[in-house]
Design a protein around this ligand. Structure first.
Ligand SMILES: [Zn+2]
Length: 376
């Protein structure tokens, strides 16, 4: 039976390092995982958390391991920046106060802090003491894009674990091996999920996500034939579809609270509610970023056809649409459209309302691809 570390795809050195640290009880109180998006840092953080809470060092079978894997263990906390520009000082104070409380179910607590490259000086100062000397039952796992992008005062207090970039072809191969999916479909899933193998696995399992991708591609193929009203309608339709998975998450949250409400204290319930809210906004962000990822993938395919490299097309199931768009535009225009997608993706990451972004994005893509004349 594979242990939890087996889930850290594409990072053999990280996997062995963490496995050995736990096995030999050389766990430090603070880690900094560095690596690009899609390098499996989050998966690794949860694997480490499971290994530290599980009585068998991360068996991947017991109730504790399962709860951590489903992101439902009350003693594993995940945080991401809540401010538009990064972590807020108040948010960090809340984390610090929370860290001093006793664990709820396990004998220690794991704090996972995403994007600590967005931890500014004031917020970092509020955190330094905890980072230097966390309560004995707390392990901190910080994650950032690169070592250089994280404040030196943070880096120097952590054990740094570098993650490598996993090339898309390798990620797709791992996805095939894990799911038994068709290689072409695996490539599509990796592109739609911004390179993440973990999200790719979920994507392939969900008919609803696959249908969502189809709809996004249809809208893109039709941009050249759509008038302003069509575009507005389609943008709002995509917003509704992007938000659909949130209903499932919300229902699961409500069921979980109802189940626990009788024996949990008020403060614990408040913590769960706060965590649910964060999970919901993270899910929403993920869903909207899937639109930009699918859009970028489609446009890269159009670019490949425009530049005579049609064999590189990833979204082969809509090749006819890709070729039709390519025939009506050129490389420079597609590059401009891709630029608009990148900007939209940045804006969504910085908490700009996705609804507004999406309208604007569809208009900008139409404009970039087909110029200022009204579409044919
Ligand atoms: Zn276990």
């Amino acid at each position: 039976m594979a242990d939890v570390f087996d889930q850290i795809f594409g990072q053999p050195r990280v996997r062995e390092f963490l496995r050995a640290s736990v096995a030999t009880e050389h766990v430090t109180h603070a880690y900094l995982f560095t690596g690009p998006a899609g390098s499996n840092k989050t998966q690794a953080a949860y694997a480490l958390a499971a290994a530290l809470l599980c009585k068998d060092g991360g068996c991947n079978a017991c109730d504790t391991c399962q709860k951590v894997a489903r992101r439902k263990h009350p003693d594993v906390r995940y945080y991401a920046p809540e401010g538009a520009g990064g972590y807020l000082v108040d948010q960090v104070r809340e984390i610090v106060a929370d860290a001093s409380l006793a664990p709820i179910q396990a004998d220690r607590k794991i704090y996972i802090l995403d994007r600590v490259d967005l931890l500014g000086t004031s917020a970092a100062n509020a955190f330094l003491k905890t980072l230097e000397e966390p309560p004995a039952d707390v392990v901190l796992v910080l994650m950032g894009r690169t070592r250089e992008s994280v404040l030196p005062t943070i880096v120097s207090r952590c054990s740094v674990v570098p993650f490598r970039h996993i090339p898309a072809s390798e990620a797709a191969a791992i996805l095939c091996q894990r799911t038994g999916a068709d290689p072409d479909l695996a490539k599509i899933a990796i592109e739609a999920c911004g390179g993440s193998i973990t999200r790719g696995i979920e994507f392939l399992k969900s008919n609803e996500r696959l249908a969502f991708r189809k709809r996004v591609l249809e809208v893109l193929a039709n941009i050249g034939h759509a008038d302003m009203w069509d575009t507005l309608t389609q943008a709002s339709e995509l917003v509704v579809l992007a938000k659909a998975p949130l209903d499932t998450v919300r229902a699961a949250h409500e069921a979980q609270l109802a189940e626990n409400a009788d024996f949990l204290e008020r403060s614990a319930i408040r913590q769960i509610e706060a965590r649910n809210k964060r999970e919901l906004s993270a899910k929403s962000l993920e869903s909207f970023r899937q639109i930009t990822a699918i859009t970028a993938s489609f446009l890269r395919d159009v670019l490949a056809v425009c530049s005579g490299a049609g064999e590189l097309v990833i979204n082969h199931d809509v090749r006819a649409d890709i070729e039709e768009v390519a025939a009506r535009t050129d490389e420079a225009r597609v590059a401009k459209a891709l630029d608009a997608v990148r900007k939209c993706d940045d804006a969504i990451s910085y908490n700009v309302s996705p609804e507004t972004c999406l309208d604007a994005l569809l208009f900008e893509i139409g404009e970039a691809l087909y110029g200022s004349h009204s579409p044919r």
